[in-house]
Design a protein around this ligand. Structure first.
Ligand code: HEM
Length: 490
C-alpha cells in the first residue's frame, strides 16, 4: 500500500445535534446457547472479525445492532451485546455518567481474581468504586514521578533490541521483530518501576516476557484463535472456549513476577502506602499494570507500527529520516522538545493507532436507559445492557475519515490535527487526558512517546528496511528481511 501525501479531512464531522428518528436496535441473539455458539464460530472461523461485523451491518442496514460476542457460555454468563460500529455511537463508551465499566475489561467474561492475588485490580474497577480513583491516582503519579527516566531508559532498551535484530540478520538473513521488541517493552517497564534495576539481574533472569505471556494467555485464550487448518477449529473451540482456564496453571509464572516486583519496586510501593493503599494490594496492581496493561499493549503496538511504516514504502522512510535527522541536528539531540517538532513522525504514529488500534474491543454497561445515535438513527439502550465497540470500525468510519482504509502518513499534520478527536485507541478521545474520573489509558502519553522514540532511533540508525508479516489474533508477527544503514545523502 502506497502512502498518499495529501492530508485528509472530515467528510462529515459529526452527526450530534441532529434529531434522528428513534429505531428499534436490529439484530437478534438466536436461541439460548446455540445462538452464541453459532456467532462465535462465524466470528473466529467462518467470517473472521471484520467480515463478521461488516456482514451484520449490511444485513441490518445499521451500524448499531444486537449480536453475541465470544466466548459465550459457560465462560461468560451472558454473551449478548449491543454493538457500536461507527464513530458516532462509539464514544458513548467514554461517558462514565451513562456507562459503567465494572469487570468488563475483557468483555462478556472476567478471568478469576485468582490471577491477580485475589484482588480486582484497577482496570476492572468502575469509576464509581472508590478504589478506582485511589489506584488510578497512584499510577498517574507513579508515571509523572518517573518521567525523567523515560527517554534514557527506553533508548537503552531500544539499543538492545536493534543490536539483536542486527546480529540475527547477520547470521540468518531474516530476523524476528516481535520477540526483541516484546523484551524491550518488558525490560523498560520493569526497570522504570524498579528504580532502574534490569530484570535480568533479578530472579526473573531472561524469562520476564515469557512469564508474563504465560500468565496473559491463560486469561485471554477464550478471545483468541491459533488460525489452525479448518479441521482443528472445533477442537480448538472446545478446548479454549468451554470452561475458563484455572489460575493455578499460571500461578508459578505469576508468583515469580510478583516476587520480583515486591523485591525491587520498593520506592513505588512506598508511594502507594503513602497514598493510603495496602502494600500487598498495590503490588498486585503494579504487576497487572506492568505485565497486562503496559507490556500486553506495547508488545503488539511496535509490530503494528513497523508494519504500517513498512508498507508506507521507501519514500515515506526517506521523509521520516529527513525530518527526524534535521530536527535532532537543530535541537542538538533527541529531546522531548525535539520530538514535539516532528510533525510527520507524530502524524504517522497517530495514523497507525487509528488504522489498527492495538486493543480493538471495548465494553461498558448502561447505567440507565438512554439514547445512542449512529450517523443515521437513534436507538434506545436499556439499563443493564452491555455495549460493545469494535474500534477499527469507529476509527475507520468512512463518514468521518476520507480514504479511511488507507494509511495516510500526513493525515494528522497541520489542519489534520483537528481530526485527532476521532482517534480512540486509549479508550478516550486523543484530545482528552486520562484522569481518576475516567477509564482512559493511564499510559496514553507514555505510549505515544515510546512509539515516537522507537521511530526516531530507528531512522537515526537506518535509511529503510524490507520486511514481511503474518496476522495473528493479537496482532501482526513481523520479520525483518533487510536493514539499510543510515547514509548521509538523504
Ligand atoms: C500500546 C500500548 C497500550 C494500549 C494500546 C493501551 C490501551 C488501553 C485501553 C484501550 C484501555 C481501556 C480498556 C478498557 O477499559 O476497555 C487501557 C486502560 C489502561 N491502561 Fe493502557 N494501553 C497501553 C499501554 C499502557 C501503558 C504503557 C500503561 C501504563 C504504564 C497503561 C495503563 C493503563 C491503565 C492503568 C488502564 C486502566 C485505566 C482505568 O482503569 O481507568 N496502558 N489501556
Amino acid at each position: 500500500m502506497e502512502p498518499s501525501s495529501s492530508s485528509s479531512s472530515s467528510s462529515s464531522d459529526t452527526t450530534s445535534g441532529k434529531q434522528l428518528p428513534v429505531k428499534e436496535i436490529p439484530g437478534s441473539y438466536g436461541l439460548p446457547f446455540f445462538g452464541a455458539l453459532r456467532d462465535r464460530h462465524h466470528f473466529f472461523y467462518h467470517q473472521g472479525r471484520d467480515n463478521f461485523f461488516a456482514a451484520r451491518v449490511r444485513r441490518h442496514n445499521s451500524t448499531v445492532l444486537r449480536t453475541n460476542m465470544p466466548p459465550g457460555r459457560f465462560i461468560s454468563s451472558d454473551p449478548r451485546v449491543v454493538a457500536l460500529l461507527d464513530s458516532a455511537s462509539f464514544p458513548v463508551l467514554f461517558d462514565n455518567h451513562k456507562v459503567e465499566k465494572l469487570d468488563v475489561l475483557d468483555g462478556t467474561f472476567m478471568p478469576s481474581t485468582a490471577f491477580t492475588g485475589g484482588h480486582r485490580v484497577c482496570a476492572y474497577l468502575d469509576t464509581r468504586e472508590p478504589n478506582h480513583a485511589l489506584l488510578k491516582a497512584f499510577f498517574l503519579n507513579a508515571l509523572a514521578n518517573r518521567k525523567h527516566a523515560f527517554l534514557p531508559l527506553f533508548r537503552s532498551c531500544l539499543r538492545e533490541a536493534f543490536d539483536h535484530i542486527h546480529d540475527a540478520l547477520a547470521k540468518t538473513a531474516r530476523a524476528d521483530f516481535n520477540a526483541p521488541f516484546s523484551r524491550a517493552s518488558f525490560n523498560f517497564i520493569f526497570s522504570l518501576f524498579c528504580d532502574g534495576k534490569h530484570p535480568e539481574d533479578t530472579i526473573l533472569g531472561s524469562k520476564g516476557p515469557k512469564l508474563a505471556d504465560t500468565w496473559l494467555v491463560f486469561q485471554l485464550a477464550p478471545l483468541a484463535t491459533l488460525g489452525l487448518p479448518k479441521l482443528f477449529n472445533y477442537i480448538e473451540d472446545l478446548l479454549i472456549r468451554t470452561l475458563p482456564f484455572p489460575a493455578f496453571f499460571s500461578k508459578p509464572s505469576y508468583n515469580t513476577l510478583y516476587e520480583a516486583f515486591k523485591a525491587h519496586a520498593g520506592s513505588l510501593l512506598d508511594e502507594a502506602e503513602a497514598m493510603g493503599l495496602n502494600r500487598e494490594e498495590a503490588c498486585h496492581n503494579v504487576v497487572f499494570l506492568a505485565a497486562f496493561n503496559a507490556y500486553g499493549g506495547l508488545k503488539n503496538q511496535f509490530p503494528v507500527l513497523i508494519k504500517w511504516v513498512g508498507q508506507g514504502g521507501h519514500e515515506l522512510h526517506a521523509d521520516l529520516a529527513r525530518e527526524i535527522r534535521s530536527v535532532v541536528n537543530d535541537e542538538g539531540g533527541v529531546t522531548l522538545a525535539a520530538l514535539e517538532k516532528m510533525s510527520l513522525l507524530k502524524s504517522v504514529v497517530y495514523e497507525a493507532m487509528r488504522i489498527e488500534p492495538a486493543v480493538p474491543y471495548q465494553y461498558a454497561r448502561a447505567r440507565e436507559n438512554f439514547i445512542v445515535q449512529s450517523h443515521d438513527a437513534s436507538f434506545e439502550v436499556k439499563k443493564g445492557e452491555l455495549l460493545f465497540g469494535y474500534q477499527p470500525f469507529a476509527t475507520k468510519d468512512p463518514r468521518i475519515f476520507e480514504d479511511a482504509e488507507v494509511f495516510v502518513a500526513r493525515r494528522f499534520v497541520g489542519e489534520g490535527e483537528k481530526m485527532l478527536k476521532h482517534v480512540f485507541w486509549s479508550n478516550g478521545r486523543e484530545t482528552e487526558e486520562p484522569s481518576v474520573s475516567n477509564k482512559q489509558c493511564a499510559g496514553k502519553n507514555l505510549v505515544l512517546l515510546l512509539c515516537r522514540l522507537f521511530l526516531v532511533d530507528f531512522f537515526l540508525l537506518y535509511d529503510t528496511f524490507d520486511f514481511d508479516f503474518t496476522q495473528s489474533s493479537f496482532g501482526p508477527i513481523v520479520t525483518i528481511n533487510s536493514l539499510t544503514k543510515a547514509s548521509s545523502s538523504l
